[in-house]
Design a protein. Structure first.
Length: 399
């Protein structure tokens, strides 16, 4: 099963000079009253860093002190609210020069999850006149250096810094699960005080939104089926907010009071995906070894094989419990529905089904090895009884 697709290579260009705006019906207008799109692109990178994280608080990430991340009650939530609280650290803003020559101030943060994963979040502000101008932000570059390369080095330094907190840390980071979120502070209005309903705007700009999510520069080239598929999973709570999620990226409109929480939910879904993918690889390796051990049927190695299989089954049970624990929120409310849409896009249930099937296969091999071991011991016991009987007969004959 594949993870998210690779990004296209492109550069960020400077903002165009025209500024379109939209009325309440989402119809486009040109003119001096038009306002640009303002907001920030948020890049989320999830990494598997260890088998587990020790049950002690991470006080610092690199040089920055950490704190518990808390979800705020910005929208309707359960009365008895429980959330897993990862440790997070925010780093000082940094100046970067885009390939277009524009200077921006980026902000980084990192979170550590008890399942042995971490996320790095990078926020880059933007001001553009058209949605099409945001396509280049999928593959952000600072001069000739890509953001993904910079984040990989940053994440590796964090991994080394947290080595003492990790149980069976990975020797080196694998490619991250990356997710790009285009956060629009608001939608352009025709005149001051004249707002835009987010759902009307989406209806009028569905093709352009789909092109942005899919990193396509020519929106008109997309089929209606693909446009509907890419923009089909969306949520709107108030009239001026919107969350549209796709496989590789998302668009968040408004949501200023809950933006961090929406981004946190997206981080959780990416953590689940990267951990499921990691354990899928572990299961593949374990199954290959188990098949070989069963075929060889070496009695001397059976005990070690059984021990390894038993430990792996315990690890998988722990993983399932902890992955469920970090997203322990249910109900018909905004963040829960956002996570449900992301889980559908990431095919998390399919990953869990595949891992469940491989675990059952591993259980079957475990039972075969147990039966083989039992049969070996029964054969040895019967042979011992026969040998003792023969020895007894020889002793009687000698006498």
């Amino acid at each position: 099963m594949e993870t998210k697709s690779e990004k296209k290579v492109s550069g960020v260009q400077g903002p165009p000079t025209t500024t379109p705006a939209y009325n309440m019906q989402g119809q486009a207008f040109e003119g001096r009253q038009g306002l640009p799109y303002r907001g920030e692109v948020v890049y989320i990178y999830a990494y598997d860093i260890a088998h587990d994280i020790k049950n002690e608080p991470v006080e610092k990430i690199l040089t920055q002190p950490t704190k518990d991340y808390l979800v705020g009650p910005s929208k309707r939530i359960p009365r008895q609210m429980f959330f897993y609280r990862p440790r997070m650290a925010e780093f000082a803003p940094q100046k970067r020069v885009l390939r277009s020559g524009q200077t921006v101030e980026i902000r980084k943060s990192a979170k550590i999850f008890g399942v042995g994963a971490m996320t790095v979040q990078v926020r880059v502000p933007f001001v553009v006149d058209r949605l099409e101008d945001l396509v280049d932000y999928h593959d952000l570059k600072f001069g000739e250096r890509g953001l993904e390369e910079e984040v990989a080095e940053f994440a590796e330094s964090i991994r080394k810094n947290l080595a003492s907190y990790c149980v069976r840390p990975v020797p080196a980071l694998m490619q991250a699960e990356a997710y790009t979120v285009f956060c629009l502070a608001c939608l352009p209005g025709v005149a001051e005080g004249q707002g835009v309903r987010a759902e009307d705007w989406l209806t009028a700009n569905r093709r352009r939104v789909a092109a942005l999510l899919m990193e396509e520069e020519n929106a008109e080239a997309l089929s209606e089926q693909e446009v509907s598929e890419s923009t089909g999973l969306y949520l709107s709570y108030y009239g001026d907010d919107l969350v549209v999620v796709d496989w590789d990226s998302a668009i968040v409109v408004g949501q200023q009071d809950a933006l961090d929480d929406v981004l946190h939910i997206m981080e959780l879904a990416n953590v689940q995906l990267v951990e499921l993918a990691a354990y899928d690889r572990v299961l593949d390796e374990a199954l290959q070894l188990a098949y070989g051990d069963v075929n060889r049927q070496k009695v001397r190695s059976t005990g070690a094989v059984l021990l390894n299989l038993r430990e792996l089954r315990i690890d998988l049970a722990r993983l399932s419990d902890e992955l469920s624990n970090i997203t322990k929120f249910f109900g018909d409310w905004h963040l829960a529905k956002t996570h449900r849409n992301l889980a559908d896009r990431f095919h998390l249930s399919d990953w869990q089904r595949v891992i469940g099937e491989k675990t059952r296969t591993l259980d079957g091999l475990y039972q075969i090895l147990l039966q083989n071991r039992f049969n070996s011991w029964m054969f040895l016991l019967e042979a011992t009884i026969v040998l003792l009987f023969i020895i007894d007969l020889v002793v009687l004959l000698v006498k």
